[in-house]
Design a protein around this ligand. Structure first.
Ligand code: NG1
Ligand code: ZN
Length: 547
């Protein structure tokens, strides 16, 4: 085992000094906070990525520098494991430990010992960043970290989170039976658009889809995508400004649409009634659809609507292919899924509820032959198990109709980015289903009616005082609070409310839904008030709506 080059580490960790009095935490989305305090974290994450690759015998690890849908001044970093999945949970602890260590060298020695890492192994890392202004400096700090272990590193430049995940998986599966595709952006776009073109071949031409790119990196990817799509799907790109300071995710993008349940003002005179529109988030892994109805009212088609559309379509294809006894399609949601979507899906597929966070959804989806998972906020994908992919490849259909359905299923395995939720791939998937069903947004929306709902944030002294069970649907701490929430929820028709601490922000989130809009709002604010009071908030700062 070659020793650590402690002199280099000392020198560089001096350059990338850790700020005092800040505690960093590798959470569900990696490290995420203000971009201007992350320099030391990026340097240390570079070293960690090298160690992770050595631990995995030199397989390529991904590093993505992004703060997704968060404000432009924020930034973050997360590691991607070899098949494009999230970093293994036990390593999140190492990440946090290294980021906070006063003595980096001794912390590194601990990690190396604890994880039993052989430093003489090779290490490979591929990294990318979104369009945030703090990105270049943070990438430079990351590169210094990568130098410490002489990592063989590849800069994937400015690209989307899902493309980085795709690259990681493509690099690590190159030349194997499970080869995921060419390890380049071109490979990504060709794979996806070739499958899309086959899936929509012979369908009537679609009217133009308007894409809100959140003024982020999705704009760059969408421009490229449109070239590969040619006339197979007409698209119009909006909010593509990646250079004006302050515009990223500002009053636009998937998170704005989901949290405000409104059309981004910049699209007001652009989206025609009945036209399909969609919003990406700042790193293009979330997708929200919407349209304006005949009265000009905004109608949102969120992750739940996508899950129901896609889940039932794939279920039908499996049936048409004559494979329903061999391939079980299931769906995974979180407690944030609209109750109406859960009802709709449960009548068609097995549905599981898991804790918030992509890794929980992803793992649960792996337990189905085909697992459809989407968070209500528009992050999700579909996983085909390796056995299912083999089965599709080997299956001999007995009728032309079965043959057609089989080909569609195989093309879906190529269209869908199975490494991670991918707004562009999900968007093409939605477009395929709409083309097959000959649906506009209106028909899609009419499959079921969302229960009105409201999500509220509450700032409390210590969010760790809130502990949950049953996939976060019930609070076990603070004691007694759950019973009071239920007591409130029972007063409203279709009332449901739950409370959990956020994994990405220092807040507690309150969700409520009910049959009537005003009641959903009232329930949310009453529960929020309850949380605020129970958690000992300062009465002077108790938000007015809670009263
Ligand atoms: P937290 O902050 O733990 O609620 C948020 C989203 C998650 C997930 C993560 C990662 C909601 C209510 N929560 O988590 O769904 O996307 O961010 O980005 O949307
Ligand atoms: Zn994102």
């Amino acid at each position: 085992m070659s020793p650590l080059s402690t002199d280099t580490i000392q020198a560089l960790s001096h350059v990338h000094a850790k700020p005092d009095n800040i505690r960093f935490q590798y959470g569900t989305a990696g490290f995420r906070t203000l971009g201007n305090i992350l320099d030391s974290v990026l340097f240390r994450t570079g070293i960690l990525a090298g160690l992770r690759s050595k631990k995995l015998d030199g397989q390529t690890i991904g590093v993505m520098v992004t703060a997704s849908h968060n404000p432009e001044a924020d930034n973050g970093v997360k590691l991607v494991d070899p098949y494009g999945e999230m970093l293994e949970a036990s390593w999140e602890i190492y990440a946090t430990k290294l980021a906070n260590a006063p003595d980096l060298i001794s912390a590194l020695e601990d990690v190396i010992r604890d994880a039993d890492i052989d430093l003489s192994k090779p290490s490979h890392v591929v990294y990318a960043r979104d369009t945030r202004p703090s990105g270049p400096a943070l990438v430079a700090a990351l590169e210094d970290g990568l130098k410490v272990l002489n990592v063989d590193a590849r800069d994937a430049g400015v690209t989307t989170t899902p493309i980085l995940h795709y690259l990681v998986r493509a690099i690590n599966t190159k030349g194997t039976k499970n080869s995921y595709g060419e390890d380049s952006e071109q490979g990504y776009f060709e794979k996806m658009t070739n499958a899309f073109k086959k899936l929509v071949a012979g369908r009537p031409p679609r009217d133009s889809l308007l894409i809100d790119c959140a003024n982020g990196v999705g704009a760059k990817a969408a421009v490229e995508l449109s070239e590969y799509l040619g006339d197979s799907l007409p698209i119009t790109l909006e909010n593509t400004d990646t250079t004006t300071p302050g515009v990223l995710n500002n009053m636009c993008g998937a998170d704005f649409v989901k949290t405000t349940q409104k059309l981004p003002p910049s699209l007001a005179n652009k989206l025609k009634p009945g036209q399909r529109g969609c919003s990406l988030d700042g790193d293009a892994d979330r997708l929200m659809y919407f349209y304006l109805d005949e009265r000009g009212q905004f109608r949102m088609l969120d992750g739940d609507k996508i899950a129901t559309l896609v889940g039932s379509f794939i279920g039908e294809l499996v049936k048409s292919a004559g494979l329903e006894d061999k391939i079980k399609v299931g769906s995974v949601q979180t407690a944030y899924a609209n109750g109406a979507s859960t009802k709709y899906l449960s009548e068609r597929l097995p549905v599981r509820c898991v804790s918030t966070g992509v890794k929980h959804l992803h793992h649960a989806a792996e337990n189905f032959d085909v697992g459809v998972y989407f968070e209500a906020n528009g992050h999700g994908t579909v996983l085909f198990s390796p056995a299912t992919t083999d089965r599709l490849r080997e299956y001999q259909p007995s009728t032309p109709a079965q043959q057609t359905a089989l080909e569609h299923l195989i093309n879906l395995t190529l269209l869908i980015n199975q490494a991670v939720g991918d707004a562009l791939s999900d968007m093409l998937l939605v477009e395929v289903v709409l083309a097959h069903k000959n649906y506009t947004g209106i028909e899609w929306d009419s499959l079921y009616s969302d229960l009105p709902n409201r999500l509220v944030k509450v700032v409390v002294a210590d969010r760790n005082a809130f502990q949950t069970e049953d996939a976060e649907r019930r609070l076990v701490r603070p004691e007694g609070l759950q019973a009071r929430i239920e007591e409130l929820a029972h007063r409203y028709e279709g009332g449901r409310s739950f409370v959990r601490p956020s994994g990405t922000e220092d807040v507690v989130r309150v969700y409520a839904e009910a049959v009537i809009r005003t009641q959903a709002d009232e329930l949310a604010f009453r529960v929020a008030g309850l949380v605020y009071d129970t958690a000992g908030g300062d009465p002077a700062r108790r938000p007015k709506e809670f009263l």
